[in-house]
Write a protein that binds this ligand. Structure first.
Ligand code: FRU
Length: 484
């Protein structure tokens, strides 16, 4: 029997906290051979509150180990989002900047340092170190700006309600000077959160770099947009002082409903821009029926900037381990046309589809599990779109705004390539290795997934699939008490 209250299986190749609430990734840094992921966490319950920084590390971006809470809320002060940077002086010091959200409503930036590779932290006695006396000043992201002549630290913050990014600079990670302010821009009725600014060579040409501003926007006000929170990007130039956009437009960064607060790792190997986002939506995050955890991180993504249809476009490729797993997957030429082909997966599965839309015409892939819910992916070659619809009673029972359709570009005039990463409730779709992405929570149940694959005209679809068996390591010691 199909159940409406879907049993939500824990993801196997994505990070979820062992217990309790999680939202934004914080303090992403590569250090000492480990990828450090801190995260907005309520160490005491399944809902947002008591905000603290949880901590996990991974040697490979696939397997994560959770550690004791790194920065714990205190009386009168919660620890909101922020970033960590690794020293460039050859020592082992890590510096964290986070927002102190005080009970009186003030938000200001505070600092902490770690001398043991990111496991324990000492907060600065002079905190907060950057305070405007305002109430929506948050999410410090410190980046390194090095133009070959001068190198310095730049901190991006938001005045969230004003839809502004404020930039500061520092030579010593101690004192900060205001550089410039960017915004407001784009739709009103949202707050701006979690900014990042990423240098990316256009089409791989390091002599032609652009800077890409990443922004998370969350609808607010009387009648907020029911589609909820989402991410955007702006391509432009940055001279170390001001960010100047190429065009004053916020472009969607991910076309799904559940991708937010993504930022890059500091000091990633080879200077790669690697992001992780939170796979949920403020519209219904508190209603998602997973237990004893609530909140999951996305797959890491490797950013690039490529000219697509004449425009510099943010490309978000899946991480190397996904490619490697697929190389060991089972490959088949699936003949479809008269009747849909049926495929079975564990539900912790990577699937790559390659086909020629000029032969097959429209393509439809419908996923079902034991819950009364479905996910339908429909490619319409003439429109050049892929529509991803999640629906059914289990989806409706999460929240009235949970059933949804996401639409993303998938050209119909060339060979098509689609990567689906389904890990329990997390469905991430990559078109052409990341030219477009869509991330959505799904509630298909825990008993495996059947995919029904149909095409308008007879043809073959090349399918490569791999089920991921390894469960997450829940035997590691439970997180201990506060540090710092
Ligand atoms: C974004 C956000 C941040 C804030 C944090 C609080 O999701 O609202 O702006 O620092 O979450 O948990």
């Amino acid at each position: 029997m199909r159940t409406t209250n879907a049993d939500v299986p824990r993801p196997r190749f994505h990070f979820t906290p062992r217990r309790h609430w999680m939202n934004d990734p914080n303090g992403l840094v590569h250090h000492g051979g480990l990828w450090h992921l801190y995260f907005q966490h309520n160490p005491e319950g399944p809902d947002w509150g008591n905000m603290s920084w949880g901590h996990a590390t991974s040697p490979d971006l696939e397997h994560w180990t959770e550690h004791p809470v790194a920065l714990r809320h205190r009386v009168g002060e919660q620890i909101f989002s922020g970033s960590v940077v690794a020293s460039r002086q050859g020592d082992d010091v890590l510096t964290a900047y986070y927002t102190s959200a005080y009970d009186d409503g003030r938000q200001a930036q505070s600092r902490a340092t770690s001398h043991d590779g990111g496991f324990t932290w000492l907060t600065d006695p002079g905190n907060p170190v950057l305070d405007r006396g305002t109430t929506a000043f948050r999410d410090p992201k410190v980046i390194r700006h090095d133009d070959g002549h001068t190198a310095r630290w730049v901190m991006l913050t938001v005045e969230a309600d004003d839809r502004q990014v404020r930039l500061y600079s520092s030579d010593d990670l101690l004192s900060w000077e205001h550089l410039s302010t960017f915004g407001p821009l784009g739709a009103s009725g949202v707050v701006w959160e979690c900014p990042d600014l990423v240098r990316l060579p256009l089409d791989g040409d390091d002599d032609d770099p652009r800077w890409v501003l990443l922004l998370s926007t969350n609808p607010v006000g009387e009648d907020p947009d029911p589609s909820g929170s989402s991410m955007h990007y702006v391509v432009g130039h940055f001279d170390g002082t001001s960010f100047v956009p190429d065009s004053p437009e916020l472009r969607p960064l991910d076309h799904g409903r559940d991708y937010y607060a993504a930022v890059t790792f500091d000091d990633a190997p080879s200077g790669e821009a690697v992001t992780i986002g939170w796979m949920s939506n403020w519209r219904y995050a508190h209603r998602f029926p997973s237990t004893p955890w609530r909140g999951a991180m996305s797959l890491p993504r490797v950013l690039a900037l490529r000219t697509v249809q004449g425009r510099p476009t943010l490309v978000q490729a899946p991480p190397a381990f996904v490619r490697e797993l697929l190389e060991h997957g089972s490959a088949a030429e699936v003949a479809v046309g008269d009747a849909p082909a049926l495929l079975s997966f564990s539900g912790h599965t990577l699937v790559e589809l390659r086909w020629d839309p000029s032969t097959t015409g429209a393509l439809d892939l419908r996923l079902r599990g034991e819950a009364d819910s479905f996910v339908d992916l429909a490619h319409e070659p003439r429109a050049g779109t892929l529509r991803i619809t999640r629906g059914g009673r289990a989806a409706e029972s999460v929240h009235r705004d949970f059933p949804s359709t996401s639409t993303l570009p998938l050209p119909g005039d060339r060979a098509a390539r689609l990567l689906l990463s389904l890990d329990g409730p997390l469905l991430e779709v990559f078109v052409h290795d990341g030219e477009a992405t869509a991330s959505n929570l799904v509630v298909l149940g825990a008993e495996g997934v059947t995919a029904s694959l149909g095409t308008a005209r007879r043809g073959t679809v090349h399918v490569t699939a791999v089920d991921i068996d390894a469960p997450v390591d829940l035997d590691a010691p439970a997180p201990a008490a506060a540090v710092g």
